[in-house]
Design a protein around this ligand. Structure first.
Ligand code: ZN
Ligand code: ZN
Length: 308
């Protein structure tokens, strides 16, 4: 019996042959649950196998959310009106490039990501990641997700910076840099070693968090992974609009930040935020280079003055 209800007799009462029947029973016997909690509970009770229910849900969530978020960018690339917002306006991805990328990403999803997804639930159980309804409060989920964004960004900055050194770049990260002008779907176009290493930032950070706190809900993880996928696809979109998030949150990286990384192959290593590159002098692009040189000049002059 599923662990979605603390009291297993509720699960037994709700179970039906069909998903719609199970859902109807949830509506009847658990009316206090919200809309999403009802579907969540019905899914786990209907599947009657939490390992399969979590594995299948994560795999489908990943596929759906990733390609769903890529779709608007595919359309925008075909509309000349949006060219004015394209960061590298002369470089529109061809259908051939997009098709190659699509095939490679789907293959990688099945080969590299399918196995961890299927073994995820047993690990969740061990760590104390719960599937129970009701979900945690919105405030708690929002705080946890903000923390995951910050932690993932730390991991991503250092791992990505390492991937730009010698053999790491040549044998692993070079694949991701095939597209100097990236597009949405290129977000997960990467060598399997890179997918797993950078994926640790997304999945491993919540694991470290639950190891420390002993408390995390799987639904929070679903929302976090969805938002992280959106962030990655948007950062590769190649478009910077007047209404992009970085215009309202100046420390948010966005497409403008990551597009420069693909253009110049160096600098702007962080994923979501600008602070690591700013404070560690690794910002990409000619403007950042000029600012860096100016800063170094000022420092040198100050040092000379001190010694005089
Ligand atoms: Zn890179
Ligand atoms: Zn990239």
């Amino acid at each position: 019996m599923s662990a979605v209800f603390q009291n297993s007799t509720i699960g037994a009462l709700i179970k039906d042959e069909s998903f719609s029947g199970t859902l109807q029973n949830v509506y009847q016997f658990q009316p206090q649950l919200n809309f999403l909690e009802k579907y969540w509970a019905a899914w786990y009770v209907y599947m009657n196998n939490d390992v399969l229910a979590t594995g299948l849900m994560f795999f489908l969530l990943h596929e759906f959310m990733y390609f769903f978020r890529c779709l608007p960018w595919l359309i925008i690339d075909q509309v000349p009106f949006f060219r004015r917002y394209k960061l590298q306006p002369t470089k529109i991805p061809s259908a051939k490039e997009q098709w190659h990328c699509f095939k490679s990403v789907v293959l990688s999803h099945f080969l590299v990501e399918a196995i961890p997804i299927w073994t995820f639930h047993p690990m969740c159980e061990k760590l104390g990641i719960t599937v129970e309804v009701p979900f945690p409060t919105l405030k708690r989920m929002a705080l946890e997700i903000c923390l995951f964004f910050v932690l993932e960004d730390v991991w991503h900055y250092w791992a990505h910076r390492l991937f730009h050194y010698g053999a790491f770049y040549k044998y692993i990260h070079k694949q991701h840099h095939r597209y100097a002008a990236p597009f949405g779907m290129a977000a997960e176009y990467a060598h399997p070693v890179e997918t797993m290493t950078l994926g640790f930032g997304t999945v491993g950070m919540p694991i470290l968090y639950v190891m420390y706190t002993g408390n995390l809900h799987l639904f929070t993880l679903c929302v976090w992974i969805t938002l992280r996928l959106f962030q990655a696809v948007d950062a590769h979109s190649g478009y910077d609009f007047p209404w992009s998030l970085n215009k309202f949150l100046p420390f948010w990286a966005g497409a403008e930040h990551h597009d420069l990384h693909h253009h110049y192959f160096i600098g702007n290593y962080a994923s979501s935020f600008r602070w690591w590159d700013y404070y560690l002098d690794t910002e990409a692009g000619p403007e950042a280079k000029a600012a860096r040189e100016e800063k170094m000049k000022r420092r040198a002059t100050r040092r000379v003055k001190k010694t005089i």
